[in-house]
Design a protein. Sequence first.
Length: 410
Amino acid sequence: AATMPPLATDSSHSYQPVVTLNGWTLPYRLKDGVKEFHLLAEPVVREMAPGMKAHLWGYNGQSPGPTIEVVEGDKVRVFVTNRLPEPTSVHWHGQRLPNGMDGVSGLTQKSIQPGKTFVYEFVARRPGTFMYHPHADEMTQMAMGMMGMWVTHPKQPHPLISDVQRDFCFLLNAYDIDPGSYTPNIMTMTDFNLWTWNSRVFPGIDSLNVRLNDRVRIRIGNLTMTNHPIHLHGHEFQVTGTDGGPLPLSARWNEVTTDIAVGQMRQIEFVADEPGDWAFHCHKSHHTMNAMGHKLPTMIGVEQADLVQKIQRLIPDYMAMGKNGMEEMVDMEMPMPDNTLPMMTGQGPFGGVGMGGMFSVVKVRADQAPGDYSDPGWYKHPAGTVASEYTGEWISPVQAPHQPSQPPSV
């Protein structure tokens, strides 16, 4: 589940190859001028974070499947072998291609039956960020993790596509997996409990490791059933590309959060000119919690001693949670079912991070070598640049006028 280094570039073209977060790029065979790929649709086991594995469906041993990377104008041939227990197909989300290659079962092709291999052939007509996924029993197959990314690089220098030193990509996906179980509930439509990047949750999501002053591109595709405001700390970025391709310069502006709707792709770029470990996450707070953090009653301010004793007479293992907020749960050891993650977890250099789900870190280092994607460890802050406890004299705080001095009793 580790992030694999990029493949060598196509020798006939110059581009920065993509790095798939906690994933990899699918190699190809060049035959008679055609780039040939082979996707295996099959059951897989995916470690979402240390301590939890999920039984999913994917491609070539992983969910999401490997990234397919080509150059504008390439003739592409993709073999798809179905090792699933039901028919499938592959839709090339966002691509311009012959209608019969669009991958919609029953409409543009027959379904790929179990044990059969189909072939898709088309030309990668335009540069950009794309996705692939089934258009056959989507409710099941996408809920089980069947998806992947596709990147097409420009053939020639493009006025709207900048050269970058780092090019990352990942998919937003979500699952509903009951604590203690392994297989997603495929009929869930809104109430998911594991919000993932490439079927990983924090602290299982790798950091994005870059060199100081690198120009960085991050390609993100959303195949969940809701939108995600993706937020980067410490830098401003620009959205440089969408589903339709690169954006005109007049349509770009600096921002720190961009919302990615269902089925959309977004391409953001920034110059990593601030050293440090910068949080990078979805800004919906319940999307940065893991499965045990959902469907819990609010207990803030509630005196729980008698309540716990009463409930434990009926449910011996019951534990009340969050009297003073959920942060107290980060370092608490509590019994959980097997194959279950804490709701908030992960350790940083100063203690528990208190996050889960769609959260990672962009690590910017002056001594990160060009082309080196390895984790540099935690940032060493210069003296005097870390917030710390203060014990001297401070200005008196000013309270909002006409407010009660104490919260109402519960």
